[in-house]
Design a protein around this ligand. Sequence first.
Ligand SMILES: Cc1cc2nc3c(=O)[nH]c(=O)nc-3n(C[C@H](O)[C@H](O)[C@H](O)COP(=O)(O)OP(=O)(O)OC[C@H]3O[C@@H](n4cnc5c(N)ncnc54)[C@H](O)[C@@H]3O)c2cc1C
Length: 510
Amino acid sequence: MLGGVRPSGSRRSWWLREALAAEAAAAPHLASAAPPLRGTTTADVVIVGGGYTGMWAALRATELEPNARIVLLEADICGGGPSGRNGGFVTNWWDDYPTLIERYGADGARAMGDAMEAAVDEVGAFCDAHGIDAWYTKAGSLSVSAAPAQDGSWDDAVASLREHGLGDRYVPLTAEEIARRVRSPVLRDGAFMPGAATVQPATLARGLRRVLLERGVVIAEGSEVVEIDGVRPGSLGKLGASARRAPSRRGNGQGIRPVRVRTRSRAGDGEVLAGSAVIAINAWAAGWPWFAQRLVTWSSYIVLTEPIPDRLDDIGWTGGEGVADARFTLHYLRTTPDGRIAIGGGGGRAGFGGRIDGVFTDALGDARRAAAGLRRLFPSIADVRIEDAWGGPIDISADHLPWFGSVGMRPINYGHGYSGNGVGPSLVGGRILAARALERADDPALALPLANGRAPRRFPPEPARFVGARLIREAAARRESMEERGEDPGFVLRELSRLPRRIGYHLGPD
Ligand SMILES: Cc1cc2nc3c(=O)[nH]c(=O)nc-3n(C[C@H](O)[C@H](O)[C@H](O)COP(=O)(O)OP(=O)(O)OC[C@H]3O[C@@H](n4cnc5c(N)ncnc54)[C@H](O)[C@@H]3O)c2cc1C
């Protein structure tokens, strides 16, 4: 089904290869501009993680305090993780409005919706301002039903938005209206989110890196953080990460002990002593004792077709909209300027104990599931060649929303839990983290309810978490496939797949 293509494993995704090739052609000196850390250095803020969250945080820190010394540590290269591997959907949160109201109240939900909508535009404005050709296309996003069981999955969100005078943020569409944007024999009704965009995700990540280097941020790639304040991943360490209302203390020479971050790289060991720290390591956070109980890691795989612009014309999908079906094991698909389709999802599975291993990068079966989704949705292009496949880890929280906080009373700030929807939200997350790290209590980002939210529910400990997640995932995937074939999944499968919701998690099918 993949025609001999295998998931890229630790090899770079197609997006990142493309971005790195363009970077090498335009500015070859950038490749060696972020050597590994060696020896001891100091910083006002040390940032762990060179994905969008860490890089937006660094960018914001340079705006808030241009003279601050910012050191960013990345185990791989910036954009080597999900920020250079994702689907490139820059979405807002209007489709999750009922959950936002439940979590933040009506005013808070509105504030969060507005912030996430603005973030989509800000990504585009950032690319424009810095000459980053990340294919930013604001053509909106379609939620579609691909089986009767998925019909009207957006009804609650649409109704809630209407009730609050926000009906234009997420608009229901009939099957005919969907077909005017994309034709498929299995697509039914849907909803349209006009305020969404797509990007070439890795070009955005590498563009961020370039701007940070231009602003004097010290970036050390190939530098894995192995210890923060005496705590190591997998160790028992000091538990008890808590969210605080506002940052109040920094280790900046005012009597607070600096944060000590140790690294390991091919160049040797390194160490940063910093006034404050930002931990922006996404799914890898599940391996650190502070966060292990509140995150489940989950894989997602993408396949990319050869360029097929004429075939896109045939199915009428020429407007650049992102498309996602309403499965729990959802398919998300988008086009590229040269006429390819990238489709992801359709499966995925939980990792064990916070380990980020081959489950997230080498699972041929999961990549095949994404390709099977393409063929089901568009049988008329079933013969197209798949050119590349890759996967990455997702950081699932109990309510599918990220959260931000600090570790105990230390100036160590973190943000994660985007649950597979972090491209736009990470810009807001970066602002929150920069404001926390630099103690800007009056920063507008810290007024957002997200900045002060409570931590989500814990997940059961391992191995129960792993076994439970796998069981429920199998039940959900099987149920959804049966529903797509018009078969009745039966009581047991239906109830098993609903179990997470029944016990209070905002996860899994209803
Ligand atoms: C296949 C896939 C498709 C997705 N599609 C979409 C989409 O279309 N739209 C959307 O909104 N979201 C999507 N997501 C989610 C999105 O990619 C993430 O939410 C987002 O990239 C998070 O950014 P981040 O900076 O927090 O994390 P990351 O990009 O994961 O960055 C974290 C970085 O931390 C580094 N790191 C980890 N541990 C250490 C350590 N100990 N020391 C140093 N560095 C460390 C990692 O190497 C990594 O580079 C997708 C994710 C995947 C995997």
